[in-house]
Design a protein. Structure first.
Ligand SMILES: *[C@@H]1O[C@H](CO)[C@@H](O)[C@H](O)[C@H]1NC(C)=O
Length: 255
């Protein structure tokens, strides 16, 4: 009776108080467990050695499994629509869409963490200009591709403003940068062989439908679109450049 009366008034009986305490303990345990879970996930992300150097897009990197299918008969939008044919405007657009958001605008807080300092954007000096290398590499590969079809591109490339001649010097640098990229990433996914009876010359034939762990390009592209730098005056010097010198950044505005 007494108990009921007290609980009715909002005062808790000892039994209820105990029950409440267990619920609190349960809640607390849950909170601690969830926090630990997130913390361990964060640790796992931080322990990805390919993300050790700071990039303003480190946090958007995700991985997924992709089966490459380069040698099937189907043609991708990045190839001429017909075998032995020439690319068309759609092919060009597909390529340019890969890297057209390539130059990015990042806040000063990100710029100060870069391994190589970069310049602020004139007129928007709290933000800095960078480009993620994936976009430069795609641009390079596109130049090599264009050089394959002189009848269509007349050895010219689009630099964002003008059509410029593609010279061998430029091509050689692009090929070499792609060589470095490939060896840098050293993809160890495996090709495999299958015995094929039905061939005119039965034998073990290589399969190139290799399965890879890939960075999710779409996520990185989304980041680039969000951070796209549309206008940049390359010929105006911005004043508050950050210069790391002997580990100390000089020239940084101190507020
Ligand atoms: C960029 O940083 C790397 C690594 O510290 C260094 O080797 C390179 O010389 C730097 N480049 C410039 C232009 O400072």
């Amino acid at each position: 009776m007494q108990e009921n009366f007290e609980s009715f008034k909002g005062l808790k009986s000892p039994r209820l108080r105990n029950k409440n305490r267990s619920i609190h303990v349960l809640w607390l345990t849950n909170v601690v467990l969830v926090t630990l879970l997130f913390w361990s996930l964060l640790q796992k992300r931080d322990s990805d050695p390919t993300l050790a150097l700071f990039s303003p897009a480190n946090h958007v990197v995700r991985y997924r499994t992709v089966v490459f299918d380069s040698f099937r008969n189907e043609r991708t939008p990045y190839m001429p629509p017909e075998e032995g044919g020439v690319p068309n405007d759609d092919t060009d657009m597909a390529w340019e869409d890969l890297y057209k958001a390539g130059i990015s605008r990042v806040p000063k807080s990100d710029a100060t963490k870069l391994v190589n300092w970069t310049v602020p954007i004139p007129g928007d000096q709290d933000h800095y200009i960078v480009m993620l290398d994936v976009f430069h590499q795609l641009h390079c590969l596109n130049i090599i591709r264009r050089a394959l079809y002189p009848e269509r591109y007349h050895m010219q490339m689009w630099d964002g403003h003008h059509l410029r001649p593609i010279d061998n010097e430029h091509l050689e640098h692009c090929v070499d940068s792609i060589r470095q990229l490939i060896t840098c990433h050293s993809d160890i996914s495996t090709h495999y062989w299958r015995w094929e009876d039905w061939h005119k010359h039965p034998g073990s034939r290589v399969y190139s439908q290799t399965t890879h762990t890939c960075r999710n390009f779409e996520k990185i592209q989304e980041w680039a679109i969000e951070h796209r730098l549309r206008d940049f005056d390359f010929f105006t010097k911005a004043s508050n450049e950050i210069h790391p010198e002997n580990g100390v950044r000089v020239g940084e505005t101190v507020y």
